[in-house]
Write a protein that binds this ligand. Structure first.
Ligand SMILES: Nc1ncnc2c1ncn2[C@@H]1O[C@H](COP(=O)(O)OP(=O)(O)OP(=O)(O)O)[C@@H](O)[C@H]1O
Length: 251
């Protein structure tokens, strides 16, 4: 589904990603961990198509197409969901209206008719139940005055509504409390199926107690220096990152 080959990327002339290789198949959950400044958020931002990052070399293909050719909104229409793509506050636009527009844009791209009001409301109700979000939140202006946890819940709700093929969640510095951790984890678990995949960037081994990734990758100085299963996250929690640096010869 997603294939990253020898990806090098920089910001303001500084090379951050120094040869990333990653293969994500349908049905898989991948966790990206690593010390501060190793490039985790940069990787998520490059996948999102954020303009301040320059891809210097390498390839990213998504469902066989060149992802780097696509603008951020085109990536969304192709089924890539980036959790921090819509954190903006939009006064006067309710989450409900925002979701309706976003959803119908994706449907239009797929050659489908826009959802009528009744079907849209039915879908909203189903997904609200799934991610346990309060109706009141959806009637408020998008993200305006939302607490951190409410923003998180809203993000997972957006993910549920848009039914993406690939979700990229950057939880690195979002100050998740234990409830927000559960919201993210439950959302990912409930939305997981054999046709979609999730890449979650995290510092928290705790998050992975709830999500259970198929693969854990450790990023260090712009490269994936180790890949393992969920037990690798436990080992990191216990031992820190030094042993990995030594093992990878990058200490
Ligand atoms: N706008 C920028 N200008 C210069 N350097 C930047 C910029 N944005 C990021 N960097 C640098 O890129 C490196 C990687 O940052 P990134 O945010 O990807 O790391 P991270 O692994 O997500 O870190 P953390 O765990 O602390 O969130 C850091 O050294 C950071 O200072």
């Amino acid at each position: 589904m997603l294939s990253i080959k020898n990806l090098h990327a920089s910001i303001e002339g500084k090379e951050i990603l120094k040869g990333i290789n990653l293969e994500v198949k349908p049905g898989e959950v991948h966790a990206i961990m690593g010390p501060n400044g190793s490039g985790k958020s940069t990787l998520a931002s490059v996948l999102a198509g954020r303009e301040d990052y320059t891809v210097d070399s390498g390839e990213i293909t998504f469902k066989g197409n060149d992802l780097l050719e696509l603008e951020a909104d085109e990536r969304a229409k192709e089924g890539v969901f980036l959790a921090f793509q819509y954190p903006i506050e939009i006064p006067g636009v309710t989450t409900t209206n925002f979701m309706k527009t976003a959803l119908n844009k994706i449907r239009e791209h797929k050659g489908l008719e826009p959802l009528d009001a009744v079907s849209f409301l039915k879908m909203m109700k189903e997904k609200m139940k799934l991610v346990e979000i309060d109706q009141a939140l959806l009637s408020r202006s998008l993200n305006e005055g939302f607490s951190g946890g409410e923003k998180k819940r809203n993000e997972i709700f957006q993910m549920a509504m848009l039914e993406p093929t690939l979700s990229i969640l950057d939880e690195t510095d979002s100050g998740l409390d234990i409830d927000a951790l559960r919201i993210v984890a439950n959302g990912v678990n409930k939305l997981k199926n054999e046709d979609n995949a999730t890449v979650v960037v995290t510092h928290y081994q705790r998050l992975l107690d709830y999500i259970v990734p198929d693969f854990v990758h450790v990023l260090f100085d712009g490269k994936i220096v180790k890949t393992g299963g969920k037990e690798l996250a436990h080992k990191l929690e216990e031992k820190g990152y030094d042993w990995i640096k030594e093992e990878a010869g990058v200490a």
